[in-house]
Ligand binder design. Structure first.
Ligand SMILES: *Cc1c(COP(=O)(O)O)cnc(C)c1O
Length: 427
């Protein structure tokens, strides 16, 4: 399924033409497809067949409460990495018992909030954190259900900034040290050992890193069993890649089959949990933006064409943060420039006063000033990373559902830009 398709030369989100969204809500605006989000979630869910499994959507990919609510209605669980994400999931109607709390730096108050809310499991990333969770649970008179996030030292062959499972990463506990930490956890009065968790990285486009990681996790599960510690669930994290340009990521069926085959080979029938983020929402969204100006700079014999758009690196940071590629497409093939095929290669740049504010480089586009463009694959790690840098109000977010358009986050106002700030008293 495709969330965004051309109909009579005009790009639509489901049944809604993007120009009508620009007209109603202005630009830049993030536009998401509800049907696509549901389709992706169900794809993964169906791929497991009747094998016992849980899907914990990784909230950090896109944490708008409408997105969370759509997934909660499907029965999804959630993977969170902060107290703020816990608040969002609860506000969106998510089931606390289906929440897994990951993250390397959980504070005492984060842990209190999680235990008081009844989250399903805390994924622990260090011995110090285990001790803190036991002590908070003791104070609250509760038992904390936990998994250790282990580091299987598998190279996911992805961008170093989104690779998390190497021995040198800040995440998790080295798999060789895990037995000792499990024994400590098992001896603690207010800790209930539940699972093993790992998350090796993001935007992974082959299945072998997943099966390699699972093999190492199973080695650990067997070693733990020999020591009388019986694991109830394997949490294999997120990381399934999507197509931004020409990538050929595994299908959800191939991804799940790789895990189920490994389990079968090893004779393991434990329930499995996964934590997909990007796969569910990445291609469910575009950033809709308008071309403000075209200009050409010439230096010696070098000529550069710029398309200056109204969205910048503060709205979509991935290109400047990770050199990430997002396809950029003219929304209306019937516009004057598009229909006369005024094709040029452009540096597509934003308004922010930074040379890094490039959304796409050397892009062939037939566009004129005033035309709309869609920056594609902008449903994951996009709005969530937006900032107010250069005092730019954050964009609106819209979710399309069939032929209905819902504003799910209003564009920030000037007043909101300075909310909470104050000047000094006069001298
Ligand atoms: C980021 C993250 C995920 C989601 O990763 P995707 O690549 O978006 O699927 C899952 N689990 C944990 C612990 C994470 O930090």
């Amino acid at each position: 399924m495709q969330a965004f398709t051309f109909n009579d030369g005009v790009m639509h989100a489901e049944s809604v033409p993007l120009p009508s969204i620009a007209e109603e809500f202005g630009t830049p605006t993030y536009v998401y497809s509800r049907a696509f989000i549901e389709h992706q979630w169900r794809n993964l869910d169906d791929a497991f067949g009747d094998y016992p499994h849980d899907i914990h959507y990784a909230v950090k990919a896109n944490s708008n409460i409408a997105v969370l609510n759509v997934l909660a209605q499907l029965g999804s669980g959630f993977d969170i990495v902060s107290a703020g994400e816990l608040y969002r999931v609860l506000q969106a109607g998510g089931d606390a018992s289906k929440i897994v709390f990951s993250g390397v730096a959980k504070s005492r108050s984060d842990i209190e909030y999680a235990l008081n809310s009844g989250v399903g499991s805390l994924n622990i990333e260090s011995t110090a954190e285990l001790k803190r969770i036991n002590s908070v649970a003791l104070e609250l008179g509760k038992t904390a259900r936990i998994a250790l996030r282990v580091n299987p030292d598998v190279d996911p062959q992805t961008h170093p900034y989104i690779s998390t499972g190497l021995a040198t990463a800040k995440f998790g506990i080295s798999i060789d040290a895990a037995l000792e930490v499990y024994q400590l956890a098992n001896s603690m009065a207010n800790i209930q050992v539940h699972g093993v968790a790992c998350h090796i990285g993001s935007q992974i486009t082959t299945t072998s890193p997943f099966s390699d990681a699972l093999d190492r996790v199973i080695d650990l599960v067997e070693r733990l069993a020999e020591h009388g510690i019986h694991i109830k669930q394997l949490d294999l994290g997120g990381g399934l890649g999507i197509r931004y340009a020409n990538e050929q990521p595994p299908t959800p069926q191939a991804y799940v089959a790789a895990m189920l085959d490994t389990l079968k080979k090893r004779g393991i029938t434990l329930p499995v949990a996964i934590e997909p983020g990007r796969y569910i929402v990445g291609n469910a969204g575009v950033l809709l933006s308008r071309v403000e100006y075209l200009k050409t700079n010439t230096a010696g014999d070098k000529t550069t064409n710029f398309a200056i758009i109204d969205a910048g690196m503060n709205d979509l940071m991935r290109p400047s943060l990770y050199q990430a590629h997002h396809n950029i497409t003219a929304v209306d093939a019937n516009s004057e420039a598009s229909s006369s095929r005024l094709l040029s290669h452009y540096e597509v740049v934003g308004p922010v006063c930074e040379s890094a504010d490039v959304l796409g480089s050397n892009r062939a586009l037939a566009i004129g000033a005033g035309d709309l463009i869609a920056i594609e694959s902008a449903g994951a790690y996009s709005f969530v990373m937006a900032s107010n840098y250069n005092s730019r109000p954050r964009t609106a977010e819209v979710m399309v559902d069939g032929d209905c358009t819902h504003l799910i986050r209003a564009r920030e106002t000037m007043a909101q830009l300075i909310e909470g700030e104050s000047t000094l008293p006069s001298k």
